[in-house]
Design a protein around this ligand. Structure first.
Ligand code: SAH
Length: 291
């Protein structure tokens, strides 16, 4: 844009900014993962991560809120103060930031915040994602199990996928890890997932973060297998990125857990760990700067 006079460029930069977000810090890891900490115009922290995979996939993890009102005990964002819901522009600008450098083809709403508590803005951003190269089928919204949000997604026109953060196979343990379980207990959450499945005819992806000695015992795997119909769910076991309160399960324990699920014909994959040395787990970068 150097063909425009400098004064006009300055005016454009302040009155028609290219992005609603300012980059505060960017960390790159050896595996190609890039994590960016942004600041909104009113000074709120937002994080997003670009994950590069060997098969060429370029997946971006987006935040839907600055901070999070839910207080999951293992999650760095849950320990921060809640800021506010992000606007659709602030959500899309995270993706555009990475899109300026290279093409992206997948989006997961697994950054800061609970997307179903800001669903209008999240869905408005989703509507525009195909314009930046990400189809609805390659977009996943992850929820703690916020029942009204799951029901709204079941009726949504766009074929975005649903991921459920389950993390425990019984109410006692789940409430300990995720206080939101007191409001929407397991049976209600799974009933909502069944309604979603009946309408969408698509599997639900279950996320299960592996905490050493807490939720990774063989009995937990058996309970989980009893809870989930193998035709309707695919489990993703997540190696824990330690943020304080817990230790992560060893690879052997994770494999034992996966094998028990497989014996019950429940498909489970172990998530590839990306960007561990750059604090790429949800909320970690913002939390380390705040603290
Ligand atoms: N609120 C939504 C989306 C954000 S969290 C939800 O909970 O689904 C996205 C995923 O990251 C969740 O499954 C969460 O449990 C997981 N997560 C949070 N902190 C983590 C950590 N330190 N290590 C590994 N996974 C973590």
């Amino acid at each position: 844009m150097t063909n425009l006079p400098a004064a006009l460029r300055d005016l454009l930069a302040t009155s028609v900014p290219l992005s609603t977000l300012e980059v505060v810090e960017e960390a790159k890891s050896d595996d190609g993962t890039v994590k960016t900490l942004f600041r909104t115009a009113d000074g709120k922290s937002v994080e997003a991560v670009l994950m590069r995979y060997r098969d060429g996939r370029r997946s971006v993890c987006l935040s839907s809120q600055s901070g999070c009102p839910l207080t999951c005990t293992f999650c760095a964002t849950g320990q921060m103060k809640f800021g506010r819901n992000l606007s659709a522009d602030e959500i899309l600008d995270q993706a555009l930031h990475f899109r300026r450098v290279e093409a992206i083809d997948h989006v997961v709403f697994m950054g800061m915040g609970e997307p179903t508590m800001n669903l209008d803005a999240v869905l408005a951003a989703c509507e525009r994602l195909p314009d930046v190269g990400v189809t609805h089928r390659r977009t996943a919204i992850s929820t703690v199990g916020w029942v009204p949000g799951i029901d709204r997604l079941a009726g949504c026109e766009m074929p975005v996928s649903l991921a459920l953060s389950l993390h425990a196979p019984n109410d006692g343990l789940r409430s300990q890890l995720m206080p939101v379980n007191d409001r929407y207990p397991l049976a209600e959450v799974l009933a909502a997932c069944e309604r979603y499945r009946a309408r969408r005819r698509r599997k639900v992806f279950v996320e299960y973060v592996m905490l050493d000695g807490v939720n990774d015992l063989p009995e937990h795997a058996r309970q989980l297998a009893e809870l989930l119909d193998p035709r309707g769910y695919k489990v993703n076991l997540i190696p824990y990125n330690p943020t304080g309160a817990y230790d992560g399960s060893s690879p052997e324990r994770i494999e034992r857990f996966r094998a028990i699920l497989a014996e019950h014909r429940l498909t489970a994959t172990v998530r590839l760990t990306r960007g561990r040395e750059i604090a790429a787990a949800c909320g970690q970068l913002a939390a380390s700067l705040a603290g």
